[in-house]
Ligand binder design. Structure first.
Ligand code: LMR
Length: 358
């Protein structure tokens, strides 16, 4: 009898240990993963697989989150499984305060912060934050992709990082906790949360408002704790992070663009074989074009969701009010022109849809 008990105990222990090991292997992606990978004759095997850790701060269901995922899939496909891009969304690895340092040190291989976050080290990109510079989505595409995109990436002088592409999250809108923001006077005395960026600070100051700079991961709590009265962001970020919960007044102002600089650690990049680099660039090009379409579509469908919410008041900024806002931005334009050069502002301004038809 006692002997039987012992047998059952040993059997149960063995089964438990096997269960735990299976769970750990599964949880770490070691089980079943091989089935997804298509090998060809030349592929040397998983031990040679190159891993790119890509860290970003937005939700997965956003233009950036989905582009990161798409890039991961395309890279895997184009390199025939030799490169795996592991995506870390929602700032789970690094917030936007520390992701740049993590990239420099090679703790992650890729990041995609907003270009606003980068304007301290790439001051020319302040131009991209000028209010009402971008006319429409074609304009964004014409600036972010092709030759102009390439030219803008060349402004990165930090030897530790290499720019690969610009992705878009679309146009930014204004939100507030107590009243609609339609006239410049509606901003007076209010405090707005902004991303780190001199241009955005000046934009709100020009409207008579104050600013507080926080990382993206702190936006929700700064609204919840009423540290700020309002903020600017894309519909996609407002929707996926639930920012509307504390910001019932939403103005569709399309006053600015939230774009991302997709960057890779330079040493890591240099260490990659030439063919792999070309395949990654190819995946990046395809992802970027996909992102341009996806960002339009996501902001549209998520706006419909917000409009369905009874407690959220959505306003469109009338054209004459836009003109009144613009008057306040004249000094900001002049200062940016002096700093970044009027050529750059003209170059970007001339990329609007009507000019690109030629
Ligand atoms: C923000 O801080 O509002 C954005 O930069 C977040 C993001 O990366 O979209």
């Amino acid at each position: 009898m006692e002997h039987d008990h012992m047998k059952y105990f040993i059997m149960a222990s063995i089964l438990t240990i096997i269960g735990i090991i299976t769970f750990i292997l599964f949880d770490n992606g070691y089980l079943f993963q091989e089935q997804k990978i298509t090998f060809d004759e030349e592929q040397s095997g998983l031990e040679d697989q190159i891993i790119i850790h890509l860290s970003h701060v937005t939700a997965e269901n956003t233009p950036k989150g989905l582009a990161a995922q798409k890039f991961s899939e395309l890279t895997f496909e184009k390199t025939n499984g030799r490169v795996k891009v592991q995506v870390y969304p929602n700032g789970i690895l690094y917030s936007d305060n520390d992701e740049l340092e993590a990239l420099r040190k090679g703790n992650v291989q890729m990041i995609a912060p907003s270009y606003t976050n980068m304007t301290d080290i790439v001051p020319q990109w302040k131009v991209l934050d000028l209010p009402f510079l971008f006319q429409d989505y074609d304009h964004i595409k014409n600036v972010f992709t092709g030759e102009t995109g390439e030219q803008l990436l060349q402004f990165i002088t930090d030897k530790k990082i290499k720019g690969l592409a610009f992705w878009s999250n679309g146009f930014k809108q204004m939100t507030n906790d107590s009243h609609p923001l339609l006239e410049p006077e509606d901003f007076a005395g209010n405090t707005f949360r902004i991303m780190p960026g001199e241009g955005l600070k000046k934009q709100f100051h020009a409207l008579g408002a104050k600013t507080i700079t926080t990382s993206f991961t702190e936006v929700f709590s700064s609204l919840e704790k009423q540290m700020v009265d309002g903020q600017e962001n894309t519909i996609s970020n407002i929707y996926t992070k639930g920012l509307y919960q504390y910001q019932p007044y939403l103005t569709l102002s399309n006053h600015g663009v939230l774009g991302y600089a997709v960057m890779v650690n330079q040493d890591f990049w240099d260490s990659l074989p030439e063919d792999i680099r070309l395949q990654i660039e190819d995946a990046m090009r395809e992802t970027t074009l996909w992102n341009m379409e996806k960002s339009i579509q996501m902001n549209e469908t998520q706006l419909v969701e917000i409009q369905k919410m009874e407690d959220i008041h959505v306003y469109e900024l009338p054209p004459d009010a836009k003109d009144r806002w613009s008057k306040h931005f004249k000094t900001l334009y002049q200062e940016t022109k002096q700093e970044a050069g009027s050529d750059l502002i003209e170059l970007i301004g001339n990329k609007s849809a009507k000019d690109s038809q030629n």
